[in-house]
Design a protein around this ligand. Structure first.
Ligand code: AMP
Ligand code: ZN
Length: 468
């Protein structure tokens, strides 16, 4: 399996630190608003990376945080007259709803920055003790030039570098020994959340959060660290400087970064008014369509969001769904039970779709080609199935398609599930009515099911149903 590593700017063969295991950390969102569709891209992409590793038999320890203390959260809290924690708690819950809708698996651990302050303070202290950090009137800075590898991820030359602005705009800015130095701890400002520390009350800088949480939950060296490409510098560059200086080990072996999502070929921004939240999309589409749309491009290619592409994603996803429901339908029609020799041959032919799928995913998670392999499979299934085929064959075909769609996190039989649940409920209601000797109600339910195209029969094993 090959992964493009931002560190080496090339595709490298993946070798885990511990055989059979993957430890990965994905920088999570800052929770001060509903997440937008740009934030959804790393969530979907790296969830798919995780799913593919799991499909390949790896045990994946997937850690993704929520940044729940930050200038933007505090600003929003002040605007609304509530606490920062009210804001972050609310938007973490909303984000989880969106992630669920996009079928993003819950992380193995989802740490919150505010619950890990003690560990961050210890890490900052270690950096001070080792001479990599210094305190100036309650602000602790990282001495970037002291870390000899500074710039190795972003491939920037130290002298060309201008430190990122995100966490530098704090009091004491002018006290820095060097403009490249960045903040590890910032002093408390009136009305802001703060924690006690050896350098006075304050709060951690953004970068130290991820260094600490990654180390705490995954160990000093991890396999994969990931996020959007805007995080390469300064965030990930600074994480490397902190973690490697504090722990004395290599931090992450593979650095993965997704490209940006634009809207109608323009950068998404609030001021342009082209800003779309995942929630906005969910009003018009099942979020599975958004997931499909994201995976239809390679994660390192910029992706352009348009109404037309969403419509065509919807149609494409429906093609897979229809093939699956057609197999269900044929299964309910056929009387043939056992697999024939020619069916065995047809099933063996489907190995090629798995190979194509794996080849695509092994090539730095080329989900676009993996989707193509699924479509080839769907075409094959449509051509090679009818009600003269055995149940077992049809069932196998369906199972195989679902194995692949599941790796991409695409739900292709959801409607049937909801329908099934409804049918089961009605059948139970009818059984209860019969037990209570309310036969007219039982008949009424049987007729209602018939109207829905469902025929039930009472057998020794219980009530069975099929589509007619
Ligand atoms: P933030 O909440 O700004 O820290 O962002 C959370 C994650 O979303 C990070 O991995 C960002 O790189 C990523 N991200 C933000 N905007 C976009 C975008 N337009 N396209 C792709 N990824 C994005
Ligand atoms: Zn991070």
């Amino acid at each position: 399996m090959k992964i493009y590593n931002t560190l080496s700017k090339s595709k490298e063969e993946f070798t885990p630190i511990e055989p059979g295991k993957v430890r990965m950390y994905v920088c999570g969102p800052t929770v001060y608003n509903l997440i937008h569709i740009g934030n959804a891209r790393p969530m979907i992409v790296f969830d798919t990376v995780r799913r593919y590793f799991e499909y390949k038999g790896y045990d994946v320890n997937y850690v993704s945080n929520f940044t729940d203390v930050d200038d933007k959260i505090i600003k929003r809290a002040i605007e609304e007259g509530v606490t920062a924690s009210d804001i972050s708690t609310k938007y973490i819950a909303e984000c989880k709803k969106d992630m669920d809708g996009m079928n993003v698996l819950p992380a193995t651990t989802t740490p919150l920055a505010t619950e890990e302050i003690g560990g961050m303070i210890n890490m900052i202290q270690t950096l001070i003790d080792k001479g990599y950090a210094y305190d100036k009137n309650g602000t602790v800075y990282y001495r970037s030039r002291k870390f000899k590898d500074y710039g190795k991820l972003s491939h920037k030359n130290l002298d060309d570098l201008r430190s990122g602005e995100r966490n530098l705009l704090v009091s004491g800015k002018d006290e820095k020994e060097d403009p490249l130095d960045f903040v590890l701890w910032k002093p408390k400002k009136e009305g802001e959340p703060s924690w006690p520390s050896p350098w006075g009350d304050g709060r951690p800088g953004w970068h130290i959060e991820c260094s600490e949480m990654s180390c705490k939950y995954l160990g000093t060296e991890i396999d994969i660290h990931a996020g959007g490409e805007d995080l390469v510098f300064p965030h990930h560059e600074n994480e490397i400087a902190q973690s490697e200086a504090a722990n004395g080990t290599n931090f992450a072996r593979y650095w993965m970064h997704n490209a940006f999502l634009n809207i109608d070929n323009v950068k998404m921004s609030k001021s342009l008014g082209n800003f779309k939240t995942v929630r906005d999309i969910s009003e018009k589409y099942d979020l599975g369509v958004l997931r499909f749309f994201m995976l239809s491009a390679h994660y390192r290619s910029p992706l352009n969001f348009t109404a037309e592409l969403m419509e065509s994603s919807k149609k494409s996803l429906e093609r897979i769904k229809n093939a699956v429901s057609n197999l269900d339908f044929l299964m309910s029609k056929t009387d043939v039970k056992d697999l024939t020799d020619s069916e065995k041959e047809l099933l063996a032919e489907t190995d090629k779709f798995f190979q194509d799928f794996d080849n695509a995913m092994d090539d730095d998670f080329n989900t676009a080609d993996a989707v193509t392999a699924i479509f080839e499979f769907v075409k094959f299934a449509n051509i090679n199935s009818d009600d003269s085929k055995s149940k077992e064959y049809l069932e196998e075909l369906k199972k195989k398609i679902l194995t692949l769609t599941n790796v991409l996190g695409l739900v292709v039989e959801e409607e049937k599930d909801t329908l099934d649940a409804h049918i089961e409920d009605l059948i139970k209601e009818r059984t209860d009515a019969k037990k209570a000797k309310d036969f007219s109600k039982a008949d009424e339910i049987r007729n209602k099911l018939l109207e829905m195209g469902i025929e039930i029969s009472d057998t020794r094993e219980g009530v069975k149903w099929k589509r007619i």
